[in-house]
Ligand binder design. Structure first.
Ligand SMILES: [Zn+2]
Length: 401
């Protein structure tokens, strides 16, 4: 059985050990040491990272009484020097210890029991068994948590059994029946937990509430803890400072400035739509005076053919829609862009023409791609010199219908 230094001295991160066993498991070597500071994953806390004799430890898992260190390669010697990744472990000790403090504060402020915890890569979330929580209570929880950190209260840990458990009032009942590990932040918070924690609250540094959401009728609170809170502050400060420069404002004026900008934007969008409408109406009226009448066997159709250059596609679409409101109308539009052009073939709803059957043949004239369904087809083309042939073929289709 591996001696668990991480429970005896939770802040020790460097140690010497003897290799007891090395087992090849697929592409990994599972190494068992006589003692270890490497915390295996469990209780919501991720496995430690680090090195054994300079070789990377990729994962650490507890299986029954053994703790396996997963490496990519075998280690030749028996006596090894090991190092746990300080930044990784420190971050998760801040998250984990911080979570104990917040959960304790939630109980003290409003009897909000913690039902589940997630230590994510960017935030730590705590789900409480309550349908709601006033913001004022959250601020009180944050304030009390930071007070507990500032008081730098000792955190003790020890193992007990069911009999010994009777001497403690746990914040949350435990299912464990033996080797029950008690984590006590003096008289502030007592809970059964198998994770690793600091020995004093001060190292948690800072706790900042960042948001809440309702999930399955409960509240999930999201927190920035320790260095993550500081990093988050830096990031927010950077954003605010940049916005202050952009808007020539101070941070308390920012919301008002952005709201004004938004109002202006709405107004401009409205005006733009109105102008587009008027313009498309005028273009439609002009195009209606330029129609070619094509007589087929049983009807006469108004063909509107027009080539545009770099024209606004929204307005073009509006023009088309307006023209198609009239019966017996057939549209053939081209909009020339830099190295290609857009094409539109469309007709009024009352017409029935065999365009779907002929579309590929029509497009072959202009090296075109795209498609559609009656009564609108559109796409791109690259062979502008084929446009007259396409028009010719289309007229023939209309005539022979
Ligand atoms: Zn814990």
């Amino acid at each position: 059985m591996t001696r668990k230094i991480f429970y005896e001295n939770e802040e020790q991160l460097e140690f010497d050990a003897k290799i007891i066993e090395q087992i090849q498991d697929g592409k990994y070597w599972k190494i068992v040491l006589d003692q270890t500071c490497f915390y295996p994953e469990g209780g919501g806390q991720p496995a430690d990272k680090g090195t054994i004799e300079g070789k990377k430890v990729l994962n650490v898992k507890k299986e029954e009484d053994n703790i396996y260190h997963f490496l990519k390669e075998k280690i030749e010697q028996t006596k090894v020097h090991c190092k746990v990744d300080h930044n990784w472990r420190y971050d998760y000790m801040q998250q984990h210890t911080g979570q104990h403090i917040i959960s304790g504060a939630l109980m003290k402020i409003g009897n909000y029991p913690t039902v589940s915890v997630h230590q994510g890569e960017s935030a730590t979330t705590i789900e409480i068994d309550a349908p709601d929580i006033p913001k004022n209570d959250i601020f009180k929880v944050e304030e009390l948590s930071n007070e507990i950190i500032n008081l730098n209260i000792p955190i003790s840990s020890h193992f007990t059994d069911l009999e010994g458990l009777k001497h403690f009032t746990l914040r949350r009942p435990t299912k464990a029946t033996e080797n029950i590990r008690i984590i006590q932040i003096e008289d502030f918070d007592t809970v059964a937990c198998g994770g690793v924690h600091f020995t004093r609250t001060g190292k948690v540094g800072l706790i900042k509430w960042e948001g809440m959401e309702k999930i399955r009728g409960r509240i999930r609170l999201s927190w920035k803890i320790g260095n993550r809170a500081i990093m988050d502050y830096h990031e927010k400060m950077e954003i605010i400072n940049n916005l202050n420069v952009i808007f020539s404002s101070q941070q308390h004026q920012l919301i008002e400035r952005i709201q004004k900008l938004q109002e202006n934007q709405f107004q401009i969008t409205g005006e733009k739509m109105e102008l587009e409408n008027q313009l498309s109406e005028a273009i439609k009226d002009k195009l209606k005076t330029q129609t070619e009448t094509i007589n087929s066997n049983n009807q006469s159709i108004n063909l509107i053919y027009k080539e545009f250059n770099n024209f606004n596609p929204n307005i073009l679409k509006k023009v088309m829609e307006k023209l198609l409101e009239s019966e017996n109308t057939f549209i053939l539009f081209f909009n020339h862009l830099e190295n290609r052009f857009n094409w539109i073939i469309a007709h009024s709803m009352n017409l029935s023409l065999p365009i779907p059957k002929q579309i590929q043949e029509l497009l072959s004239h202009i090296n075109g791609k795209g498609g559609g369904k009656p009564p609108i087809w559109q796409g791109i083309g690259t062979k502008a010199e084929g446009i007259p042939q396409l028009k010719e073929s289309l007229i023939n289709i209309i005539k022979s219908n």
